[in-house]
Design a binder for this molecule. Structure first.
Ligand code: TYD
Ligand code: MG
Length: 455
């Protein structure tokens, strides 16, 4: 038999090329082509066949817009990111680093769903049934009625789903599942994509809610093609520092709820526990204010959270370093330029390190003002006053722009006992907030002036 000719498949878009190229000819991404075997079967052509039979043409007005029935998982923080709970026929993809707690959280969720009368199935491809049982004991889930299937072959998993018709099934993980119909190796791009497509179709056709667990590559993307993210209804990512006990689950896509919502968990001996008041975690405990620390209020999804931003400015070598953990590094460079140009504070020959405490990642520009204040505080060796916090976006022209939903942020900080605020002018409330002194500014230089007057 002639040796099968290999082809190269792009791990981003699934495009193919007969020879290896540095750049994918279809999506122009670099270094994404992976050696693979060509697929001779043609099941892909019919991938959406079962969806087609439900398609009836109707006007939007005719269609009943009933809200999806959701089944709460019994874990408030997980329900928060799911948008209220599991949806019938919904497919959730949950990604994260190894050992961050994906299997633990899902086992806990399945157990409470089973206890509330749902029919559950845990398909394990990474661990044996005995290992899963051992984990359940460790979690204190004795006599758990969750059904476990140790299987990695897609056809057998689909047959079991059809026969048992559970309400909710977890596939841990999608990378271990393989189909006999395909020639490429388990874990390859083609396998992961086809298996996920089959499972998604099965979920839509049968109404089973499916949770797919996915691995994350070193670069932080879900291993396997990005099309996986397009296929499913909800994409959740586990974040956080594996060295601390806190874990964040962030919704980056949700057809049934808000994105950027986050759930906060603490890893304990008895598994993951939801943290309903996360503000306290992201503040480190200083008895007295220290230089280089500024608290900000960030708004993740629907919930304001207080996070401490720390900065260390220290004399650097000939090419000083700018490092940031949990914040955007390019934004840090931009802020340092604004600080120099508009407030006359130079850090050119200094190493600058910034960190968001607690392993939280802040992507919103409302952190700008707090970053600048932490940097100048470290540079001068002067702490900000006790009970101080700030938020606001800083523009290239040195202007301080408002953050969305400023009132909620101010109220959250006041509730936690903070007393002095530095905020953009447009965020200053019309009515005073009890216990809060608010300094409203329009420009960076003004902000620096206010702080100099306070400390
Ligand atoms: P796990 O849930 O297997 O992670 P993943 O499926 O994402 O790879 O890993 C959980 C980690 O947490 C593991 O290192 C052990 C630890 N752990 C606890 O601290 N407490 C517990 O109750 C359990 C079950 C695990
Ligand atoms: Mg696992």
């Amino acid at each position: 038999m002639a040796k099968e000719k290999t082809i190269y498949v792009c791990s981003e878009c699934g495009g193919t090329s007969p020879k290896w190229l540095g750049k994918c000819p279809a999506c122009n991404a670099w270094n994404t082509l992976i050696e693979s075997l060509p697929e001779s079967t043609a099941p892909t052509r019919n991938r959406f066949a079962s969806l087609a039979k439900t398609a009836v043409v109707a006007t939007l007005g005719e269609i009943d817009a009933v809200d999806m029935a959701r089944t709460p998982t019994g874990h408030d923080e997980l329900d928060r990111v799911l948008g209220g709970g599991m949806v019938e026929g919904g497919v959730v993809l949950i990604g994260g680093d190894p050992g961050i707690g994906k299997s633990t959280l899902l086992l806990q969720a399945l157990d409470s769903l089973q206890r509330s009368g749902q029919n559950t199935l845990y398909v394990t491809g990474e661990e044996s049934g005995a290992q899963v049982a051992l984990r359940a004991r460790r979690l204190g889930l004795n006599n758990s009625q969750v059904k476990v299937l140790a299987e990695i072959q897609l056809e057998k998993i689909l047959a079991t789903l059809e026969a048992k018709l559970p309400d909710i099934a977890v596939i841990d993980s999608i990378q271990t599942v393989y189909s006999d119909q395909l020639t490429s190796a388990p874990g390859s791009v083609a396998q992961v994509r086809e298996c996920a497509a089959h499972l998604t179709r099965a979920a839509k056709a049968s109404g089973v809610s499916i949770v797919l667990v996915g691995h994350v590559t070193k670069e932080g993307a879900l291993a396997g093609p990005r099309v996986l993210e397009h296929m499913v209804d909800t994409v959740l990512y586990f974040e956080g520092d594996t060295h601390s006990s806190f874990r964040l689950v962030r919704a980056i896509k949700n057809r049934f709820g808000a994105v950027n919502e986050i759930g906060v968990f603490a890893m304990t001996e008895k598994g993951l526990k939801g943290v309903s008041n996360p503000s306290a975690i992201f503040l480190s405990q200083h008895a007295e204010p220290v230089p280089g620390s500024c608290v900000m209020v960030t708004l993740e999804g629907t919930r304001p959270m207080l996070v401490e931003i720390q900065a260390l400015v220290d004399s650097g070598g000939p090419s000083p370093r700018r490092l940031s953990v949990g914040l955007d590094r390019d934004r840090l460079a931009m802020l340092l330029a604004v600080l120099h140009r508009h407030a006359g504070v130079a850090c050119m020959d200094q190493d600058v390190f910034v960190n968001a405490v607690g392993g939280v990642r802040i992507s919103e520009p409302a952190a700008d003002l707090a970053v600048l204040l932490a940097i100048t505080s470290s540079l001068r060796g002067k702490p900000l006053p006790k009970g101080f916090f700030a938020f606001g976006e800083v523009g290239l022209a040195g202007e301080v722009r408002p953050a969305p939903r400023g009132q909620e942020r101010l109220k959250e900080a006041a509730k936690l006992g903070f007393s002095v605020a530095l905020v953009p002018k447009a965020n200053a409330p019309k009515k005073p907030i009890e216990g809060l002194t608010i300094h409203a500014v329009e420009r960076v230089e003004q902000a620096m002036e206010v702080v100099r007057g306070l400390s």
